[in-house]
Design a protein around this ligand. Structure first.
Ligand SMILES: N[C@@H](CCC[C@H](N)C(=O)O)C(=O)O
Length: 282
């Protein structure tokens, strides 16, 4: 199986052609490909481009646990870069269909920078989803391991739980992330961000991704955290999101449409052996 490997601020994805998957992608294959020790090491697999009736290209996004994500910000930016590298797009805008909606994208700086209009966020419990009566999920209590967290939930196509924190850390994300990801409040599980607001234009986040675990950066997490900071009146419309892997620039419109911009780096091209794809180590 041929692949292209990229990272967006340390958030790693492999891009694979749909031709490599004549059938529905098997969970074993996705898990093997992504595995840090037994595979190529990746935070997810991007399968595309597919033909689309509503956009220029279609994309499917898989997490390392083989669950399918509706959307991924860095996944989309990396997919755009792969389209650029294959000569399938130029520096003009184009559209991509995901399970979480259609986005508009643009590649610049000879492939090194990619901007994506990710769409409109919703804070409504029934859209995200979050259990309970229909409401905007803002500043609610979440008790995990006898600690109370104040969280707001949001979807930008995929679900996010943003927790206000005075000093977000990797330890915090790794300790509470898995418990919040699978908390009964979130029927489809959730991505988790611990967010510190530095000033009206800067936030810091630490991330625990649904189906992937701790990651150095996340595009949809950046959009979600920035949207919550803006919604709560803590930030203005232009927000720089700082993560362990680097920075993503977010712009929010009055009606809560979110755009992001950041770097993408090509790592390598390669071929995964059939032996690796079929091994049973889980
Ligand atoms: N790294 C991504 C998010 C990938 C999907 C996520 N794990 C999910 O299941 O929703 C990003 O950059 O947005």
């Amino acid at each position: 199986m041929d692949f292209r490997k990229y990272h967006a601020l340390g958030n790693v994805y492999l891009v694979v052609s749909p031709d490599e998957f004549p059938d529905e992608p098997a969970a074993l294959i996705i898990k093997n490909i992504c595995h840090k020790h037994y595979g190529v090491a990746s935070d997810g697999v991007l399968i595309g481009p597919f033909p689309s009736n509503v956009a220029d290209f279609g994309l499917r996004i898989f997490n390392p646990d083989a669950s399918e994500a509706e959307k991924s910000g860095n996944g989309l930016r990396i997919f755009c870069r792969a389209l650029w590298d294959q000569g399938l797009v130029t520096d003009k805008s184009f559209t991509i269909e995901t399970k979480g909606g259609v986005v508009k994208a643009k590649v610049s700086e000879n492939g090194a920078r990619v901007d994506v209009e990710m769409g409109k966020v919703s804070f409504l419990s029934q859209d995200i989803p979050v259990w309970g009566e229909p409401r905007e999920v803002l500043l609610e209590n979440l008790n995990v391991m006898s600690l109370n967290h104040i969280y707001s939930a949001v979807t930008i196509g995929n679900p996010h739980c943003v927790i206000l924190s005075e000093s977000p850390s990797e330890t915090m994300a790794k300790e509470f992330g898995p418990l919040i990801e699978t908390h009964p409040n979130f029927p489809n599980r959730t991505n988790v961000q611990f967010m510190q607001v530095l000033d009206r234009n800067h936030i810091v986040i630490e991330i625990w991704e649904r189906g992937a675990g701790y990651t150095l950066a996340s595009g949809s997490s950046s959009c979600a955290a920035a949207a919550v900071a803006y919604k709560l009146g803590l930030c203005d419309v232009s927000i720089k999101v700082m993560m362990p892997g680097g920075q993503i620039d977010i712009e929010i419109s009055e009606d809560f449409c979110v755009s992001m911009s950041g770097s993408v780096t090509s790592v390598c091209h390669g071929r995964i052996s059939d032996e690796c794809l079929s091994q049973l180590f889980h």
